[in-house]
Design a protein around this ligand. Structure first.
Ligand code: BMP
Length: 220
């Protein structure tokens, strides 16, 4: 099984996606695919039977607004991503209750991959994360120490990690540091041969995991 999540930030034809699906079994939708492809496109992509579809809207609002957004999209996604800095009461408490009732997952952003992110807020975000008790977390692959910290603090949670390829992290390193999945976008969809590159990335990741011998658990 590949430990890759395709960041679908571009509208790719369904026949290409069907072939990519042979190597990559999870996909992340974003504002870009929603705006460029529309709900009809996302509905067709959803039907390709991924192991997990994650809708990445980086929610950061009061509870009722976030719940209205996710309820409008609940048939198109298995999980959603929200920022954690928005806090618990009046925001993540009700969102988490709503998503659990709908049998949907929630991933909280704990550390981002870009240079300007400030990890000194982590103790604050960690406290919120403990209260929310979500399915998992987003932690940038460009921040290996943060992946190790979050893995140590939350041994049972799923860590999904962007920043691989275009943003500089090497394929497989985030997994070796304790993540469960690597999120990869441009390296795949910007290539002229997305299917071949998907297979190549999958094989590189497997080789790296074998080398570091840190096979992630199947956390639910
Ligand atoms: P790419 O492999 O093209 O850099 O794409 C990374 C994906 O992960 C994008 O969808 C981006 O929005 C997302 N992402 C990120 O790059 N850094 C973060 O800290 C959090 C993200 O969700």
């Amino acid at each position: 099984m590949s430990r890759i999540i395709l960041a679908l930030d571009s509208v790719i034809g369904l026949s290409t996606l069907t072939k990519i699906r042979e190597y990559i079994s999870r996909v992340k939708f974003s504002y870009v695919t929603l705006l460029q492809g529309g709900l009809g496109y996302l509905r067709e992509v959803y039907k390709l039977k991924w192991d997990e579809v994650i809708f990445d809207l980086k929610l950061a609002d009061i509870d009722s607004t976030m719940i209205s957004i996710v309820s409008a999209l609940r048939d198109l996604s298995d999980s959603f991503i929200s920022h954690s800095f928005i806090g618990y009461e009046g925001a993540l408490d009700s969102l988490m209750t709503y998503l659990s009732r709908e049998n949907k997952g929630l991933y909280l952003v704990l550390s981002m991959s870009h240079k300007g992110w400030n990890d000194s807020f982590y103790p604050y975000l960690k406290n919120i994360a403990e209260r929310v008790n979500p399915k998992g977390f987003v932690v940038g692959a460009t921040r290996p120490e943060m992946i190790k910290n979050v893995r140590a603090d939350f041994p049972q949670k799923i860590i999904i990690s962007p920043g691989v390829g275009f943003q500089g992290a090497e394929i497989g390193d985030a997994i070796c540091n304790g993540a469960d999945f690597e999120i990869i976008g441009r390296s795949i969809y910007s290539s002229n041969e997305p299917e071949r590159i998907s297979l190549e990335i999958k094989e590189k990741q497997e080789a790296k995991i074998n080398e570091c011998k840190k096979v992630p658990k199947d956390r639910k």
